[in-house]
Design a protein around this ligand. Structure first.
Ligand code: ZN
Length: 287
């Protein structure tokens, strides 16, 4: 199933990707209308969705109308340095535990739209996003996928100057400007992907490939991340995890390259879909 967010309402995308069905209307009010209510009753919802007839009341899909698949999570986690080649390009050791920060929900956005650049040092980070479907409290890696609702494409846009300023890095703040956490285009449940532990991931700018890898190269796999985080804090339905980015970010290049006015960033994970942002520098008079 592909579950999406249209104007805050949960919708199911048809198998051919061209139409959608409103969950609250199709379930006669049993589920929805919003996404948080759906994640809070994930087991019941998926059982209903498997048997539901969704032929009536289909409407066309417009990707730019969609929002983040889990728009109001209670908790958001992001993992840094989770691909060996990215840790290497950053000149840092491979971590022994997953370095963890957050992206605040004010940075959330849907799959397509404008990315307003607050500075000349904004970088790209293609990432697999995980949404929790069932509460995970001290869950072992071997059981972790059972707690995952599904997967989506994400971008962990990062303002590197702020991120790296001060006596301690400011990862969370530097990665939380408005629009810095686009996700989507929808949530794909695990049955939609052949191997959730091996998903080709790619980022391009103006058609030029800048990142190309696979989630099979994660240092800490999704199950290991769930085990590590849930050993400390129970993960709740709808919680969002950004899992880290592979090599090819702009700040690690010599000379560094950052996003510029007019750049078009496309982020794709095979089987999950694509994101697309068009960058515009915030002009001083609008700031
Ligand atoms: Zn990241």
């Amino acid at each position: 199933m592909r579950l999406a967010n249209r104007d805050g309402r949960a919708v199911i995308i048809s198998p051919d990707g061209t139409s959608l069905t409103d969950v609250e209307r199709a379930s006669s009010g049993r589920f929805g209308p919003g996404l948080p209510e759906v994640y809070d009753r994930w087991t019941e919802f998926t059982e209903w969705a498997e048997g539901a007839t969704l032929d009536g009341e289909r409407e066309p899909v417009t990707i730019s109308d969609l929002g983040a698949p889990s728009p109001a999570p209670r908790q958001i986690f992001a993992i840094g340095l989770n691909y060996r080649d990215h840790a290497d390009e950053a000149g840092l050791d491979h971590p022994a535990v997953p370095p963890t920060f957050t992206k605040w929900v004010g940075s959330f956005a849907g799959p397509e739209g404008a990315l307003r650049l607050p500075a000349a040092t904004v970088d790209w980070e293609a990432e697999l996003v995980v949404v929790i479907g069932r509460r995970a409290d001290r869950v072992a890696a071997s059981d972790a996928w059972q707690h995952v609702a599904g997967l989506a494409v994400g971008q962990d846009y990062s303002e590197r100057a702020l991120q790296l300023t001060g006596p301690a890095p400011q990862f969370s703040l530097g990665k939380s400007y408005p629009g810095f956490a686009p996700q989507g285009p929808w949530l794909s449940t695990l049955d939609e992907v052949e191997d959730p532990d091996d998903l080709p991931i790619e980022c391009s700018i103006n058609g030029e490939t800048v990142q190309k890898s696979s989630t099979a190269k994660l240092i800490f796999s999704v199950p290991q991340i769930v085990e590590h985080l849930s050993a400390v804090v129970p993960l709740l339905p709808g919680d969002v995890i950004f899992t880290g980015t592979p090599a090819g970010v702009g700040g690690a290049r010599k000379p560094p390259r950052f996003l510029a006015d007019g750049d078009v960033v496309e982020t794709t994970i095979a089987g999950l879909g694509s994101l697309r942002q068009t960058c515009s520098m915030i002009k001083r008079e609008d700031a």
